[in-house]
Design a protein around this ligand. Sequence first.
Ligand SMILES: Cc1cc2nc3c(=O)[nH]c(=O)nc-3n(C[C@H](O)[C@H](O)[C@H](O)COP(=O)(O)OP(=O)(O)OC[C@H]3O[C@@H](n4cnc5c(N)ncnc54)[C@H](O)[C@@H]3O)c2cc1C
Length: 232
Amino acid sequence: MALIPGTVGASPVQNVGAYGVELQDRFESLDAVDLQTGQLFTLNAAQCGFGYRDSVFKHASKPLGLAGRALITAVRFALPKPWRAVLGYADLEKKRVQSGVKDPSAQQIFDWVCDIRRAKLPDPALIGNAGSFFKNPTVSAEQCQDIIGREPKIVHYLLADGSAKLAAGWLIDACGWRGKSVGNAGVYEKQALVLVNRGGATGGEVMTLARAIQTSVYERFGIMLEPEPVVV
Ligand SMILES: Cc1cc2nc3c(=O)[nH]c(=O)nc-3n(C[C@H](O)[C@H](O)[C@H](O)COP(=O)(O)OP(=O)(O)OC[C@H]3O[C@@H](n4cnc5c(N)ncnc54)[C@H](O)[C@@H]3O)c2cc1C
């Protein structure tokens, strides 16, 4: 989770995660205030309904949706003892091999994640951005085979249930969007999954760019990309 900007209270809202670990993997419970009734309550992981960049805090529908209704005041984490490295992510494994370290420490992994992120992602203090703008879409095994047949180089990760997660950045790149702009909103040159504010971009420009990207990816791959940030 190194270098993911944000507060602890916001981290369960989209079940933040990166490089092979999500909040839900280390989560125990949270406390919150019901903004309608003023009641305090506690939720465990199952009650939070965590999914990929998702939770009950992003959904308004009843009975379980808590969007706009819950103020998270405390989050409890459960860390495994002894600590174990999670190195399944390809870029991290590459770093480990390059460094020659067999059993990296948590600090080493933190530093590697920071290096990888700094090389790919713009610093929001310098270039306005919301991180990944689209979620990586999940497709069925059949759909994945069909797309691989047409696009053999497509970056994808097979999941335990036979489905596959496709790299949204790759799909956007394949449609030629990297470095392109609509007004002052642009697609980051080093990572097509990130939309950036090149200076003075309006919300309209960002959304026009996002919809144009969705349309091209849909027309070429038949996949509708879903935005990751909450649009207000
Ligand atoms: C450069 C960059 C890289 C990023 N990389 C990643 C990444 O790798 N993985 C990832 O998962 N995300 C990533 N993000 C997204 C972002 O960091 C998270 O969404 C973060 O959790 C937002 O935190 P925040 O405190 O700014 O929340 P805000 O943006 O202020 O709020 C986000 C949502 O949570 C709600 N909320 C905030 N606090 C609370 C609270 N206490 N109780 C209830 N609801 C609350 C808000 O109402 C809003 O709906 C990235 C963002 C940027 C800019």
